[in-house]
Design a protein around this ligand. Structure first.
Ligand SMILES: [Zn+2]
Length: 439
């Protein structure tokens, strides 16, 4: 079956094929690894072409797939059989296409076969998320833990345990995890696989890709990594508010603050992958010293700990998950409680953070001209108190020149955006090149 006529009538896969809901991030091909495109055989390309059309048009008959791909119906049937053997697609029910003709057997993505694992290392937590090929969350686990001052080896050891649990939970549900992508809160050199710096963790010049390859459970696809702000933007694009937005800037607010810039359905990473370091835009020249060596950076005014300190919540170093509402005892929950009761100091602290964020975003808006700004991470639950100040600062700096200010949207995923984006990227890669799953 594996070699049966599946290469007939082939066409090259266009670079944008294999995307999500017609929106392709295209990260597999050019921007993510920085490595060359894997040039598969014609049959491997055709497997990707057929799987991509199933994702876009499911439930869909083999006859329609033949129309969509330009392949013969026999070839499509052979390719579908290979994809079904690999747990990627399945038959189910009948579907009638058009007014006339008999209904055909429907091919759909198999939501109970292959899955993607997203992992996240952040300053004050570790997280894991398993998504199936239908993009449903099948497992999610977050551990509050202070990673500052811990060695990268120790943190990745803990991350590997979390990954093992996630893979076990997936297996219990009949899922096979194909690969993992790790979100890291730092500047990554995507070519060398080294983390250049993660100031809030106190890490610099760490060969993270090699550590992940050595430390994480072995899967069919090698582990990969990306900046958590970029993955947060992808998570938002695929699973959150970004689905309805055009070009947008997604703000990840945690202890550090980063931004992911989405242009035409793709994350803009810059020439070296270092774009989006919003947290180190200076908003108060000569202001408080920052972990980056500068002064008055946005992070020092609007980062989680800066806000907690300014609000008078002194146990600000207590580790707390960024999905703050989930931790009723954490200081962020205490902050929300103070805000709800109208505490002046808390309201002023969050207002100041919102204003600083709006100022920093004004620079991004004037440079990049996005349709929208998405407030993620801690700024999602804080939005009722922070958003007016963000909008005011944005309007002051951009309304005259642009005639309008970009809309300020609140993330639905909050702190989950990056880990979901990481898992989604694994799924995206499987769809873009399913033949990679087989030896
Ligand atoms: Zn800084």
């Amino acid at each position: 079956m594996l070699n049966s006529g599946a290469g007939n009538g082939a066409r090259r896969r266009a670079p944008s094929e294999g995307g999500f809901d017609g929106q392709s991030d295209n990260t597999f091909n050019d921007t993510f690894n920085g490595g060359p495109v894997r040039h598969g055989t014609m049959r491997e390309n055709n497997l990707a072409v057929v799987l991509g059309e199933v994702v876009r048009h499911q439930p869909v008959t083999r006859a329609r797939l033949a129309d969509l791909t330009g392949l013969t119906k026999t070839t499509v049937s052979n390719l579908v059989a290979v994809l079904a053997d690999g747990g990627l697609v399945q038959d189910g029910g009948l579907v009638r296409e058009g007014e006339r003709g008999r209904p055909g057997v429907a091919v759909s993505v198999n939501g109970d076969g292959v899955a993607g694992l997203g992992l996240e290392v952040n300053v004050d937590y570790l997280a894991a998320c398993v998504l199936d090929l239908g993009r449903r969350v099948r497992h999610r686990h977050l551990i509050a833990t202070d990673n500052r001052g811990r060695s990268p080896e120790k943190v990745i050891e803990a991350l590997a345990r979390l990954a093992g649990q996630a893979i076990g939970s997936a297996a219990e549900q009949g899922l096979t995890v194909a690969g993992a992508v790790v979100a890291l809160p730092g500047v990554l050199d995507r070519r060398s696989g080294w983390l250049r710096t993660a100031p809030n963790l106190g890490w610099s010049e760490v060969p993270t890709r090699a550590l992940l390859e050595a430390g994480l459970p072995a899967l069919r696809l090698p582990p990969d990594q990306d900046n958590e702000a970029n993955l947060g933007a992808l998570g938002e694009l695929w699973f959150g508010a970004g689905r309805e937005l055009g070009d947008f800037v997604h703000v990840s607010g945690e202890v550090g603050i980063g931004a992911g810039i989405v242009v035409s359905g793709r994350v803009f990473r810059g020439a070296h992958g270092f774009a989006g370091e919003l947290g180190h835009i200076v908003v108060e020249p000569g202001g408080p010293p920052c972990t980056c060596g500068g002064r008055g950076c946005l992070e020092q005014i609007a980062g989680q700990e800066a806000v907690l300190r300014a609000a008078g919540l002194t146990d600000a170093r207590t580790p707390v998950p960024t999905t703050v509402a989930a931790d009723p005892d954490g200081p962020m929950a205490a902050l929300l409680e103070s805000l709800r009761s109208g505490d002046d100091r808390a309201v002023a602290a969050v207002g100041r953070a919102g204003h600083a964020l709006g100022s920093a975003l004004s620079a991004a808006v004037n440079l990049l001209d996005p349709d929208s700004v998405v407030l993620g991470g801690i700024f999602s639950p804080l939005a009722p108190w922070a958003r007016p100040a963000v909008q005011e600062a944005l309007a002051a700096a951009t309304a005259v020149t642009r005639g309008r200010t970009p809309s300020v949207v609140v993330s639905r995923l909050a702190g989950d955006a990056a880990v979901q984006g990481a898992a989604g990227l694994v799924i995206e890669r499987v769809i873009a090149d399913p033949a990679r799953l087989w030896p």
